[in-house]
Design a protein around this ligand. Structure first.
Ligand SMILES: C[S@@+](CC[C@H](N)C(=O)[O-])C[C@H]1O[C@@H](n2cnc3c(N)ncnc32)[C@H](O)[C@@H]1O
Length: 238
């Protein structure tokens, strides 16, 4: 699967998330022992602090990052963009249950071709989405384009840990445990086989920071969690 590029990769990823959409939240909780909620809240705080204006959450999926942003009283509108209608459907249902109907705006679209004018948002976020993009520098360039000058871009992502022991434990966990959890709970071995593949081929926090800088972001704040396997990186558009 990892050899897939461009439109083929996008089609594969969209269809895979469509298939697992109903189990996505549960599997996230099982795989991270609930830690994904804490990591997202932390990233949302970085993204929402000292901002006044609308926020864009790219690869919004079932909406949890968007809802964590909306829990900050200064955040009134979050646009949640995703190319999987099934994932967005779940997000819409949750937004009604959480009372965010009207403040969560779902938009179907591709992160590489954002359907928004330049500098439309004061802050832009991507939670566990960057690893799936077929052309990360291109998607980031578009994300920076729609972010206001002086605004920020915050990325939360699984990364390759730096230390040898952490690397071995992490790859063993993602390579062995997650496909089995996926097969058992989601009945979809392929989807949860994709996760370790996408992680193995993904970058370290340092490499991801360099790509964000390459997209024009400055004053990067980098935090790692989960024995270095999770990165929260926030940068300003100058
Ligand atoms: C792992 S989920 C993350 C969902 C959510 N942000 C979270 O924190 O749980 C990745 C999401 O990215 C979406 N996605 C992947 N590539 C995308 C792209 N090129 N454009 C839009 N959405 C994309 C998938 O459909 C999926 O919903």
């Amino acid at each position: 699967m990892v050899q897939l590029k461009g439109n083929n990769r996008s089609a594969f990823v969209a269809s895979m998330f469509g298939r697992i959409s109903r189990r996505y939240d549960l599997l996230n909780t099982l795989m991270t022992v609930g830690m994904h909620y804490i990591w997202r809240r932390k990233a949302a705080k970085l993204a929402a602090t000292h901002v006044t204006g609308d926020i864009l959450d790219v690869a919004s999926g079932t909406g949890d990052f968007a809802f964590d942003l909306l829990k900050h009283s200064n955040v009134k509108i979050v646009v949640g963009l995703d190319f999987s209608p099934e994932m967005l459907d779940i997000a819409i249902g949750k937004s009604v249950r959480l009372g965010f109907e009207g403040s969560f705006i779902p938009v179907m679209g591709d992160a590489h071709f954002l359907p928004f004018p330049d500098e439309r948002f004061v802050s832009t976020t991507v939670g566990f989405g960057a690893r799936n993009f077929s052309d990360l520098p291109k998607a980031l360039a578009d994300i920076v384009r729609v972010t206001r000058r002086g605004g920020k871009v915050t990325v939360l992502e699984i990364v390759r840990p730096q230390g040898k022991l952490a690397s071995v434990l992490f790859l063993g966990y993602f390579g062995w445990v997650t496909p089995k959890l996926g097969r058992f709970f989601a009945g979809d071995y392929e989807a949860y086989n994709y996760l370790p593949e996408s992680v193995q081929n993904f970058m370290s926090a340092t490499q991801l920071s360099e790509i964000l800088e390459g997209a024009g972001l400055r004053n990067l704040v980098v935090e790692t969690k989960g024995m270095g396997s999770i990165a929260i990186i926030s940068g300003k558009r100058p």
